[in-house]
Design a protein around this ligand. Structure first.
Ligand SMILES: [Zn+2]
Length: 397
């Protein structure tokens, strides 16, 4: 529902007033960065135009600052909310998983996973998280010709109960050329009472022929105040909510991960401390076990771990340079940094930064994670050995 969208009241009001004026475009492109609730917004919109008992703030309903919304209670609303409405169709990037789906995958094969991840995250999940949910390993996911045909098939059916049949296409930039030609035909000759809600994080990567047939709707990032309020309502302390809101950059995905990460920060610190100790001892068996354990985290979590590693290095460097007034951390971290700072100097700090920055970049790519972690461990061994030698040189001087 619109009232579940965080902030962006202006955009929602524009959508509502267009519906009231009878302007329901045949095909719209909701575009904006990852984590901006495009998908939830598209579903709220589809739910709204199909709800037969829309409610209005002017009738005394508390809609959190918006003027009108779907009722959330009628059979149509309930089916939209559970993503099970027979006139709500989804197309999203997919690929074979090598197990239950060995060839010719299409969106419909993953509809259960799709509903699960949507309902578990409130519709806020990244492309990488989706890949992990499908269990397709290192394969890239695309929208292929079979999905193009699926759209035609869905459209050939008579709308069974909804006022508007809705086709949601998530991440249209992943559409391949063959599938595009099928879709173009449909966009050129619109079926009556059919609404395409197309979503993109990178509209510059969308085929121009497709783009020109869509009405563009820019979805802005979540405003910082709205995010803070949302986090407080979800149980954060005011201070925690402000901190996470400002670090999230208006992305609900980042806010969710930061929230989890806040709880995980302690675990990440322990993992980092362990990692440095086993690298210092050059304990290859322990390094291998560590690589395997951390690989199980999944790519998004691992990125956060590496970002945490950067904080650890920074904390150690500040400690070494006696700039402790800038450090915000628990006692355990401070004690560790007091010791570890012997191995982080102004001379070698760039080696650590480069290592973790590259790891963050590579984790977003198709790299094999256990190998990445093992290679990183060996680089850390080298940095630590050099630092140890330097310490010995200084002590014998
Ligand atoms: Zn309703």
């Amino acid at each position: 529902m619109f009232r579940d969208i965080v902030g962006r009241k202006d955009l929602i009001e524009r959508l509502i007033s267009a519906v009231h004026a009878g302007r329901i475009p045949h095909a719209q492109l909701f575009w904006g960065p990852s984590g901006d609730q495009k998908l939830a917004l598209a579903i709220a919109y589809a739910q709204y135009i199909n709800c037969q008992h829309k409610i209005h703030a002017s009738d005394g309903h508390d809609l959190g600052g918006i003027s009108s919304d779907a009722c959330g209670k009628c059979p149509s609303c309930i089916k939209f909310q559970k993503l099970v409405h027979p006139d709500l169709h989804f197309i999203y990037p997919n690929n074979i998983n090598g197990g239950t789906i060995k060839k010719d995958s299409r969106s419909l094969d993953y509809i259960e996973e799709w509903r699960q991840i949507y309902l578990a995250t409130g519709g806020e999940f990244s492309y990488n998280e989706w890949i992990e949910k499908m269990g397709i390993g290192n394969r890239q996911a695309l929208i292929n010709i079979r999905d193009g045909r699926q759209i035609l098939q869905d459209l050939s059916l008579k709308s069974s109960e909804a006022k508007f049949r809705t086709i949601v296409i998530w991440l249209i930039e992943k559409l391949n050329i063959e599938a595009a030609s099928t879709l173009l035909k449909t966009l050129e000759e619109p079926e009556p009472q059919t609404v395409f809600l197309v979503l993109s994080e990178n509209p510059d990567q969308v085929l121009p022929t497709i783009l020109s047939r869509l009405q563009l709707v820019k979805v802005p990032k979540v405003e910082e105040d709205a995010m803070t309020q949302h986090l407080q309502l979800s149980g954060c302390s005011p201070q925690e909510a402000r901190m996470i809101s400002s670090r999230s950059g208006g992305s609900l995905i980042d806010a969710r991960l930061l929230l989890e990460n806040n709880e995980m920060r302690k675990n990440f610190h322990e993992a980092f401390a362990d990692w440095m100790r086993i690298c210092f001892r050059l304990d290859i068996a322990a390094i291998q076990a560590f690589s395997e354990r951390m690989s199980a985290l999944g790519r998004e979590q691992l990125k956060f771990f590496f970002e945490n590693c950067l904080d650890e290095i920074q904390g150690s460097l500040l400690t070494r340079n006696q700039c402790t007034q800038w450090i915000r951390a628990g006692e355990e971290e401070k004690n560790f940094w007091a010791n570890f700072s012997a191995f982080v100097s102004n001379q070698n700090v760039h080696q650590y930064y480069t290592l973790f920055d590259e790891a963050i970049f590579l984790t977003g790519r198709n790299i094999y994670i256990p190998a990445l972690l093992t290679n990183m461990s060996l680089t850390i061994c080298r940095i630590l050995t050099d630092a140890k030698k330097e310490l010995q040189r200084q002590s014998t001087r």
